[in-house]
Write a protein that binds this ligand. Sequence first.
Ligand code: NAD
Length: 511
Amino acid sequence: MTVGLDTVKFAEETIELMERMGVARAALEGGTLAATSPNTGETLAMIKEDSVEETSAAIGRAHDAFKEWRKLPAPRRGELVRLLGEELRTYKDDLGKLVSLEAGKITSEGLGEVQEMIDICDFAVGLSRQLYGLTIATERPGHRMMETWHPSGVVGVISAFNFPVAVWSWNAALAFVCGDSVVWKPSEKSPLTAMAVQALYERAAAKFGDDAPKGLLEVIQGGREIGETLVDDKRVPVISATGSTRMGRQVGPRVAQRFGKSILELGGNNAAIVTPSADLDLTLRGVAFSAMGTCGQRCTTLRRLITHDSVYDALIPRLIKAYASVKIGIPTEEGTLIGPLIDKDAFDNMQKSLEAAKAAGGTVHGGQRVMADEYPDAYYVQPAIVEMPGQVGPVLEETFAPILYVIRYTDFDDAIEIQNGVGAGLSSSVFTKDMGEAETFVSVVGSDCGIANVNIGPSGAEIGGAFGGEKETGGGREAGSDAWKAYMRRATNTINYSGALPLAQGVKFDV
Ligand code: NAD
């Protein structure tokens, strides 16, 4: 079957899904922003874009909402997030399907993304009773010193296309229980999932009642220009921006310029080290999922495999075989493991990197476009393995596509140096049964990444841990552990109940 530019396969289904989740059909027609499915290249809907003025007005509404919301006790705020989690449970299948249609994820990954949203809601509900401050020993008699955490204000969330809804929830669930309001600018490549989430939020807010002020969640749709409006607005004390390092280089200094705080979640160039003692069956499965899953479009995708000489020949040919046999196709079809790249730019970048790898002495297996006859406007590719003579050329950068560079090593310390020898510092792994190697990898002289795993690939984190990375990944942390602190401001309070006025550090100042 050959279908041309006018392929329409998912548009009607998309609109039905959106309507079920509470988005009016009228909001999906007549706008200027095309929502496209990478699965076929077809236009799913035409939605309205927000202007700079409308963005500013949305920030104003969110700011007003914050002033009310902050007064509610945190456990009560948690109740709204609990209700949001309930809506997500009810509409998990619909939203998961929409993620597959708009972002090209296979069914289990689309559903997995919604599960992650449910999990962070549960986490945040518990957190709403645990926003602990400290009581601190004071040097002055008759005094008490303590630390109080207060809400920050409006949190601006800028998100990427590849986790179109989960990233918002890592931020928003925490921000809401912390007493903040949220203005969300989703990727212009995935506007529909954001509209659906907003509709589900509105349902939760209606059940919560009048205590949820209008404007607590504002969604602004469009590209870089409105992103910049959000970034530059002084009424937004915290900007949480997820996307490429290129975007972070623009956003970070702009937020710093006005002394705002930023949580930057940027690109990764993640590696795994395969040591002589590694369980190769487990390694093969771990590597295959981490490197090919989501068609190589996860920030935590495995991109560099640093393999010991002694296991190279036992592992790499098997991996090349697995790569050649993996099922590529429409992500919602039974058995598909690899969906499409997001668009033509992503495909062109992949081909450019493969050419550069060849020029640098690499041997490329796979990487070619597939299914082009059937879907000329969609970009499906055979995932690529590239055997490299060393860590050179495109290996040093993140290419957001399924390319796995394989590099040999002989000495474990060298392997760690190779692992750490790139700009990004998000996720990393070692496959080993040697305790010394495992402990070294997670120690102070080991991986320099925000995530360092043993016998698990670098991809697929749980929400309980703080998520994020170092160096060019931006240094931000989201989701679990004490990541909530980035959404609040801290005050140190000293209370004098002594009736005297002893000064700190023994200073005498009698007037
Ligand atoms: P992108 O950088 O092109 O866009 C991300 C978002 O930033 C979009 O909403 C975009 O409109 C906005 N944006 C771009 N420039 C801006 C500017 N100057 N001011 C304000 N907003 C701006 O990224 P993408 O292609 O959507 O996503 C892929 C990238 O995201 C990869 O590099 C991936 O590693 C990264 N990512 C990182 C994480 C993480 O948690 N570290 C998670 C997901 C994706």
